[in-house]
Ligand binder design. Sequence first.
Ligand code: NAI
Length: 455
Amino acid sequence: METFDLIVIGGGPAGYLAGERAGAAGLKTAVIEKRALGGVCLNEGCIPSKALLNSAKIYEYALHGDKYGVTTTGAAIDHAKVIDRKNRVVKKLVAGVQAQMKHHHVTVIMGEAKIQGKTADGIQIVENNEMYLAKKLLIAAGSVPVVPPIPGVKEGLESGFVLTNREILDLKEQPKELIVIGGGVIGLEMASYFNSIGTKVTVVEMLGKIAGPTDNEISKILMDNYAKKGVQFKLNCRVTAVGANTVTFEENGVPVTIEADKVLLSIGRRAASENLGLETIGVELNRGAIVTDEHLRTNVAGVYASGDINGKSMLAHTAYRETEVAVNHMLGKKDRMRYSAIPSVIYTNPEVASVGETEETAKAKGMDVKTVTLPMSYAGRYVAEVERGDGICKLVVDNKYNRLVGVHLIGSYASEIIYGAALMIETELRIDDLKELVFPHPTVSEIIREALFLV
Ligand code: NAI
């Protein structure tokens, strides 16, 4: 039985980064992955969706170039070729992760790991009749799509009519009509892609707004943009049944049935905590997610959990940071996880990016805040590049300490700008200090500087 200083269950962002960091620090480390190194993010989530969305963006530029003095004829998008390119991108990045594992002398075991128990020497892990001993264990097994007990959903998944993020990113043929159940991040990014390439898209969302926790005004701008592009939104509509080629939902108490050739189910994800053998060592769960502290420790000594499996913030970049904190703790280095300045992005066109509190969440916490909202058109580069753009930048400021607690953007480059805002919040600099920062000109990021001067 081979003993490792650290065994990591799961080879997604939380898992492979643990391999890199622990390997670099000289720990004898193994990463066990049952499906594909890189996890959901690299194989069927963040990266492939970005490849698709970029193709769609290029196509849209070609179609609407006339607004910018560029005339194109015969612009077309070939969905199958887009998928081929996406596959090449994924392959390249997976190979990169493999190379990193090798570089850091991490043992990669392809197979399904199961926790079997605990001895004084460590935690016993079984993979394919092979037993390993882990002095420390990091559970980074990720999440799976939520499948609701709505009649017909299970059958739809089996028949291929209903897709999750995994299948939709591999769809070879472009559907003519797509119904998206759930207007959250996955739903909106996929609605964006398929709308751009000419599929008729209907988004059915149970709440009164799309994009869940996003600032209300920004969520409305995003919806208006896509409504103009032809996406149909059915808000306050709960799906009640899925048929062979139909979806039924309730609209104002009346059942409505619509047809499509495919359905995307994107109503959230849940921690993949089943079948890991967690009960054999008594790992504490809260509604299926592993309970962790600020060092990503579970209630069991020597056992940590990072990434989606702890259900705190299901984002790859959160997973990266959590993993670093966990590995640092194993190495006896001082570090702790903070969740207050984690940016989030929706890669639609326009992009949405936010960090920290919205006006609503700040007020709910009893904070005394004010907001400043500016149209993106206050930034010269935005006007130069975006015809009739309606993006905005919103700052949420804590009056008590005169500092930023939230930044919310909708517009071009928002995804690339937001980390600067996260830094401003994380470092707790005062508004007066932030005003002294020099921003490059002309950039869309200057909108934050403009807004700071209005606080
Ligand atoms: P989500 O939680 O973002 O959105 C789910 C939506 O479905 C919510 O708006 C909810 O109200 C709605 N819903 C729930 N039940 C419903 C029903 N029966 N009928 C109609 N609507 C219903 O979940 P999503 O989009 O599946 O994404 C899963 C996870 O993946 C998220 O936690 C997200 O953080 C992550 N992700 C992040 C991305 C990014 O950072 N750009 C991209 C894609 C996913």
